[in-house]
Design a protein. Structure first.
Length: 220
C-alpha cells in the first residue's frame, strides 16, 4: 500500500501567508474595496474566486474577479525571487520520502507561483507529485484536491496524512477521510485548526520533524 504525505505549501512549507495578505489587500484597495487584513488572513488558502466570494460576498460584481486576481498575482510576483521557506521544510519532506511516503503538494498556487514556491522549499527530489486547484472542479475546503492528490500516487485515504496551516486545509482533508495535521506557522490558532479537524497540531515544520515518531505519520 502506498502511503501519501500531503502538504499544503503557502504558510505550511513557505512563510508566505503575510505576503499574500498584503498583496490581496493592495489589489482590493486599488479596486476601491476596504477589507481588513485580519479578514484577508482568515481567507488565505482558498482559491482566488472563492477567496473573493468569502471577502466580498456572493452578490459582488463577479466581473471584477479576474482583474482582482491578476492584480494580486502581479503584486505577489515581485517576491518570487525571495520567497522564504520555513525552517526544516525541506528536511521534513526528505525524511518522509526516506521513510517511503509519497510526498504530494496540494495547493491553490499554480504555474509561475508554484515554480517559485518549489524553488524556495528546494526539495524537488522528495516530491512525487503536485495537485493544484486547477485539477479539480472545487478547491479547498472541498475534498476534491485531496482526493485528486491521493489518486496521483494511488494511495488510500486511510494511508494518508495531510499537513496544512488553515481551517480550509483541515476541512478538505477531513472530508476526504485522511488524517490531518495542523501547523501554527500560518497564523491560525490551535483551537480553530482542531475544530476544523486537525488530529495533531505543531508549531512549524521543524517541530513536526522533531516529533515525527509520535505524530500521525507514526500510525501510517
Amino acid at each position: 500500500m502506498n502511503r501519501a504525505a500531503l502538504f499544503d505549501v503557502d504558510g505550511t512549507l513557505a512563510d508566505t501567508n503575510h505576503l499574500h495578505v498584503v498583496c490581496w489587500w493592495e489589489a482590493l484597495r486599488q479596486a476601491g474595496h476596504d477589507v481588513a487584513t485580519h479578514d484577508i488572513h482568515r481567507a488565505i488558502g482558498l482559491p482566488g474566486e472563492d477567496l473573493l466570494a468569502h471577502l466580498l460576498g456572493d452578490d459582488r460584481d463577479t466581473g471584477e474577479d479576474e482583474a482582482l486576481s491578476a492584480a494580486h498575482t502581479t503584486l505577489y510576483a515581485t517576491y518570487f525571487d525571495r520567497l522564504p521557506a520555513l525552517d526544516s521544510a525541506a528536511g521534513l519532506l526528505r525524511e518522509l520520502a526516506r521513510r517511503d511516503w509519497r510526498v504530494v503538494l496540494v495547493t491553490s498556487a499554480k504555474d509561475a507561483e508554484l515554480d517559485a514556491l518549489r524553488r524556495a522549499v528546494d526539495a524537488d527530489d522528495a516530491i512525487t507529485a503536485t495537485a493544484t486547484s486547477d485539477d479539480v472542479d472545487e478547491g479547498k475546503p472541498a475534498p476534491d484536491p485531496v482526493r485528486h492528490a491521493l489518486g496521483l500516487v494511488d494511495a488510500p485515504a486511510h494511508g494518508a496524512v495531510f499537513v496544512g496551516d488553515t481551517v480550509w486545509d483541515m476541512r478538505a482533508g477531513s472530508r476526504a477521510g485522511v488524517a490531518c495535521v495542523g501547523l501554527l506557522c500560518g497564523g491560525i490558532p490551535r483551537h480553530d485548526l482542531e475544530e476544523a479537524g486537525a488530529r495533531a497540531v505543531y508549531r512549524h515544520p521543524a517541530d513536526l520533524l522533531a516529533h515525527l515518531d509520535s505524530s500521525p505519520f507514526a500510525d501510517g
